[in-house]
Design a protein around this ligand. Structure first.
Ligand code: ZN
Length: 520
């Protein structure tokens, strides 16, 4: 008891010493008692989080797979919660649901003839890009060698690929001594390596206006057949298939197009009669984001987005993937925060800026719900969106963390666009929570690339400052064993309160946080 008392005294001392610059609530114009966020943070309890999560991550919700009945149950559960606590819908029409039109792609039917010789999908070529159904007839193709566009080496000098089918091959050129032309040493560049050349060669051809790429990459053709030729169920946003036709081609087709492809690196135009018939196969499905909102009392046009994804992996082989941590934990955290803010509004202490509680769908299918929000249908203009606090997995501990406090959280992205946001986040934590903030995965060179792997990224790419709250992966990550009994509810409570305090501060401070490190 004594220890607790002295800690409490210390906390009061620190709070009293806390500087009141940045115009926190001490600058409020009214003479009424200054609102204390702790009154509301304390309504976020491990008991409430637990009750909600045991329901949300129960087998009844069937793993909440995007487009499936379990996901529909999830969105209704969220909506009912907002209705119950009097938190309005964000959309003007009063609908809590934002429709997210999606399509499930199956491998397309492709038929190609080259000078009368027939080739067909799967056997001879596999579509790894996208595109609408189309027939392309041509009497030449452009062979662009390695398909490289670099300061040190270009496959595109003196060759025009606009509107053309471009044939390229894998790899990059070497000098006589075995070193690479581009690096000048033994290091491969981004024009080698599986993922790297796949993307960089596509982008180089696309930038120059090619309509289709045929990529001869013998080492990966079998894998491409497996990955893109037989699997169905790749999901994407409807109507977002403007990428480009991109095919991996086998040896036979490659040599029919460019006889000396294996030995010749020089770009050239090749005369040939080509007919390419592409039939897209897809099925439309609907899914929903859920969006509730608290209107700011002083600067209602400025919006803070608090997000978590509502979907998970569904049922596989008869087993329910409950997704209690991923991302049931973030979802119930948002529900509790919304409740806390609603209580503040009732007491006349509502936030100065608006807060959007955004539960997004399709995260596990490729961040689709958040991308629909930012790219197609932002309910509030992105220019007025102050920050995004995104929560994805905050109920567990990372078994790989050998040192440090159990009461930790990984923060990713906080300092990438806004020094202000990072400072607010740190100050608020010091003042109220004292959780160990671990920046391990914030490193630009982090091989896990978590910064790009959850919904905040769709806001960050628009230069909206973000913080991603994350406990790290564990053995139950994306397994049917990610169940609510394994959640550490005391930690979930602390972390939810931290996000709440941060949202409170960003919403109530005098000045909008500044984006001082915008990209491009
Ligand atoms: Zn997740």
């Amino acid at each position: 008891m004594k220890k607790l008392l002295s800690l409490l005294a210390l906390a009061i001392f620190i709070a009293a010493c806390g500087s009141s610059n940045n115009g926190t609530s001490s600058n409020a114009k009214s003479k009424k008692k200054v609102a204390n966020p702790t009154d509301y943070a304390n309504t976020i309890t491990s008991e409430d989080l637990k009750t909600a999560l045991y329901k949300y991550a129960s087998d009844e919700f069937e793993g909440r797979e995007t487009g499936k009945p379990g996901q529909k149950m999830a969105v209704n559960f969220l909506k009912d919660h907002y209705v119950k606590y009097g938190i309005p819908a964000a959309k003007k029409d009063g609908d809590y649901f934002q429709n997210v039109p999606l399509e499930v792609m199956s491998p397309p039917d492709i038929n190609v003839t080259v000078n009368g010789k027939a080739f067909k999908s799967i056997d001879h070529l596999v579509s790894v890009g996208s595109g609408e159904s189309n027939t392309i007839n041509a009497n030449d193709i452009v062979y662009a060698g390695f398909g490289i566009e670099d300061e040190k080496y270009s496959s595109y000098t003196n060759i025009d690929v606009k509107g053309k089918i471009v044939v390229i091959k894998s790899g990059e050129p070497k000098n006589a001594d075995g070193t690479y032309v581009i690096s000048g040493n033994e290091d491969e560049s981004k024009w080698s390596g599986f993922r790297e050349q796949f993307a960089s060669k596509r982008d180089a051809a696309k930038e120059r206006g090619a309509i289709a790429i045929m990529f001869h990459y013998p080492e990966v053709f079998a894998m491409a057949k497996m990955r893109f030729g037989t699997s169905s169920g790749r999901m994407s946003l409807a109507g977002k298939n403007d990428e480009m036709y991109y095919f991996m081609i086998n040896e036979d087709l490659a040599k029919s197009l460019v006889k000396d492809i294996d030995t010749n690196d020089e770009s050239k135009v090749v005369k040939a009669n080509i007919a390419l018939d592409f039939k897209k196969k897809s099925e439309a499905i609907t899914s929903e984001n859920v969006a509730a909102y608290i209107k700011g009392s002083e600067k209602p046009d400025e919006v803070i987005v608090v997000s978590a994804h509502l979907d998970h992996e569904g049922v596989k082989d008869g087993e329910v993937y409950n997704g209690a941590d991923d991302d049931g934990s973030g979802t119930v955290a948002i529900l509790e925060m919304a409740e806390a803010f609603a209580k503040a509004v009732k007491d006349g202490n509502g936030p100065k800026r608006s807060i959007l509680f955004l539960n997004v769908t399709g995260e596990e299918k490729g961040l689709l719900g958040s991308r629909h929000y930012t790219d197609n249908d932002p309910i509030f203009p992105l220019a007025n969106t102050v920050a995004n606090l995104n929560i994805d997995m905050i109920g567990r501990t990372d078994p790989k963390r050998k040192e440090g406090d159990r009461n930790y959280i990984y923060l990713i992205g906080s300092d990438k666009l806004s020094t202000d946001l990072h400072n607010v986040s740190e100050e608020v934590n010091t003042k109220y929570m004292n959780i160990e903030l671990d920046y391990t995965f914030n490193d630009d060179n982090d091989p896990n690339r978590f910064y790009y792997r959850s919904d905040h990224y769709n806001f960050a790419k628009n230069n909206i400052p973000v913080i991603f709250y994350f406990n790290g992966t564990h053995d139950d990550y994306h397994q049917p064993s990610d169940t609510p009994d394994k959640i550490e509810y005391d930690l979930l409570e602390n972390r939810t309160r931290l996000v709440f305090y941060t949202a409170w501060e960003v919403a109530n401070r005098e000045n909008r946080i500044v984006v001082d490190k915008a990209v491009e």
